[in-house]
Design a protein around this ligand. Structure first.
Ligand code: ADP
Length: 262
């Protein structure tokens, strides 16, 4: 993306046009680099499990039939790598769909009920202890599917990076609804906090190799939030835990005097 050489002295209209052109080229170049980086990261992430699958399949072909132990080990490894690949493709597809501009279908929903339901199904699926507290019947105008998706990403992170019970807090204050997912897990170092929303960014790949994903969850979450006009932020202290917060505009609400939902 070549730049035009601009004359040093004159600052006429032609000069300004040239300057705008250079800025545009700069932006195009940066976008192109970002796209290239994304494709290269995605290919790399897909290549790793593929290499493992390939080498185990080779082992199976050569020595699998007369070695039951090797047979089981290989099948296990192939299975878990295939699951990882399928998770990654799913996330990549979501990102690709998002790039085509998803349709956001806003309607009036009871946010408290939606979150309660999501927590129930999360508890069931992941067998985690989750405490939910806050206000009842908070009504917002939002896309229920997207809110669920966003909430699930934050819940999955709390689940992956902590062991103690997770707290979900839902409250409204001055026409803003706050959904908070609070964990007491490993936390995020200060310097990494701004970067965790970047695609493929992981804080410590070695530390989270077993539990961690591909570093796509939060970038997807940010895109969903931006598309919905919702707020999304993280507060974290390394070694102590993380609070992820979604904010939405409130239509109406009623406060529960017990301040506890489930
Ligand atoms: P991943 O799928 O790897 O979890 P994300 O984009 O969701 O990717 O998160 C990016 C990185 O931020 C993670 O790899 C992890 O290091 C860090 N992170 C996200 N949420 C939490 C959390 N609740 N506690 C500690 N670290 C977190």
């Amino acid at each position: 993306y070549q730049q035009i050489e601009l004359p040093k002295k004159s600052k006429d209209e032609l000069y300004q046009m040239g300057e705008t052109f250079n800025e545009m080229m700069d932006l195009l170049g940066k976008n192109f680099e970002k796209q290239e980086q994304f494709v290269s990261n995605a290919s790399h992430e897909l290549k790793t499990p593929l290499t493992v699958i390939e080498s185990y399949a080779n082992l199976l072909k050569r020595r699998g039939l007369d070695n039951p132990e090797l047979f089981h080990e290989s099948v296990e490894a192939i299975h878990s790598e295939a699951i990882r690949m399928s998770e990654l493709t799913q996330q990549l597809l979501l990102l690709a769909k998002h790039d085509e501009r998803w349709k956001i279908e806003k309607k009036q929903i009871n946010l408290t009920k939606l979150i309660e339901e999501a927590v129930r199904s999360f508890k069931e699926a992941y067998k985690r202890e989750i405490e939910i507290k806050g206000d009842q019947n908070i009504i917002v105008k939002a896309d229920p599917q997207k809110v669920k998706q966003l909430f699930y990403i934050l819940m999955q992170n709390a689940h992956k990076y902590s062991e103690d019970p997770i707290t979900v807090r839902i409250r409204s204050q001055q026409r803003t609804a706050f959904i908070e997912v609070i964990d007491k897990g490993i936390g995020i170092p200060k310097d990494d906090l701004a970067k965790v929303f970047d695609r493929f960014y992981r804080v410590d790949v070695a530390r989270t190799r077993k539990t961690g994903g591909f570093g796509l969850g939060l970038s997807l979450a940010k895109e969903i939030a931006d598309a919905m006009g919702a707020g999304l932020k993280l507060e974290s202290t390394e070694g102590q835990g993380t609070t992820a917060q979604i904010t939405l505009d409130v239509v109406s609400f009623s406060v529960n005097s017990h301040n506890r939902l489930v």
